[in-house]
Design a protein around this ligand. Structure first.
Ligand SMILES: C[S@@+](CC[C@H](N)C(=O)[O-])C[C@H]1O[C@@H](n2cnc3c(N)ncnc32)[C@H](O)[C@@H]1O
Length: 247
């Protein structure tokens, strides 16, 4: 009975006021009844008004798929932790069609930096015992041409096709300032971490796209296992990402 009264009052406000806040309150109320696990965040956040960000997002994602908007926004802004304002080296493990690479190329392009992109272009490698059963081998398959098309306005990137760890051998010896991990699986995440950690600059940043996802338990294990004896802390954020600043 109380629920019905609340719903009626939210509906009434929505009909009478027709303002954005009444829409938000009604949406929150209905959503909490249908899917209580989804916790609405506060009304009126600036990032939801960032039209240039959403223009980028809609240009790289399927229509009405907002599932990684928060992560892409965080990635874009976490790059601002990079201390070097000229000639930084950025690397991504797991480029797929280049959606996050586009943000990385844009950031690096304004600062004369370079972006190194790795992907098998055969989809995921074979999931192992720590990876649960959500993913199958060859899921998320893209092509080099997909990435080139996404990055068509940039020339500050290099693509390294092939399965990790083999493809790591082709990367030129560099100091890196930013690394984005988006491989969904335990073994390639651990292999990439073993490769990049000793090559990171002090103050460099590692971002793990899928650390906090129940579908990617292997990534959580790989990152936790790797940092257990390191001085850096892993910071998990509510989007499902985690990041580390190299000390
Ligand atoms: C979630 S997608 C990456 C999404 C991408 N960062 C974006 O912005 O859209 C995961 C990618 O990891 C790649 N991948 C998974 N295991 C790999 C491995 N062992 N070696 C190389 N690439 C791998 C897959 O081919 C796939 O493209």
């Amino acid at each position: 009975m109380r629920s019905a009264i609340s719903l009626f009052s939210y509906l009434l406000k929505f009909i009478v006021k027709r303002d954005e806040y009444s829409q938000f309150v009604l949406a929150e109320y209905i959503s909490s009844r249908i899917y209580p696990k989804l916790k609405f965040s506060e009304f009126g956040r600036r990032w939801l008004e960032d039209s240039s960000f959403f223009e980028y997002y809609e240009s790289v994602m399927d229509k009405e798929n907002w599932h990684s908007a928060d992560r892409k926004f965080n990635l874009r802004n976490l790059m601002n932790l990079i201390k070097k304002d000229n000639e930084a080296n950025l690397i991504e493990f797991g480029a797929y069609k280049g959606a996050s690479a586009l943000l990385m190329c844009e950031w690096a392009n304004e600062r004369n930096g370079s972006v190194y992109l790795l992907d098998s272009f055969k989809g995921l490698s074979e999931p192992g015992p720590k990876d649960g059963n959500y993913w199958q081998k060859s899921d998320l398959r893209a092509t080099v041409e997909d990435v080139q098309k996404t990055l068509t306005h940039y020339s500050n990137f290099e693509i390294f096709p092939g399965y990790i760890p083999d493809s790591l051998k082709a990367i030129p010896e560099k100091v890196f300032d930013f690394a984005h991990f988006d491989l969904d699986l335990f073994q390639p995440t651990l292999d990439s971490l073993n490769y990049i950690y000793p090559r990171m600059s002090k103050g460099g940043v590692l971002v793990f796209d899928d650390y906090g996802f129940l579908s990617c338990p292997g990534v959580t294990s790989a990152v936790d296992q790797f940092f257990v004896d390191k001085q850096e802390n892993v910071v998990e954020i509510s989007s499902g990402q985690a990041f580390v600043v190299i000390l």
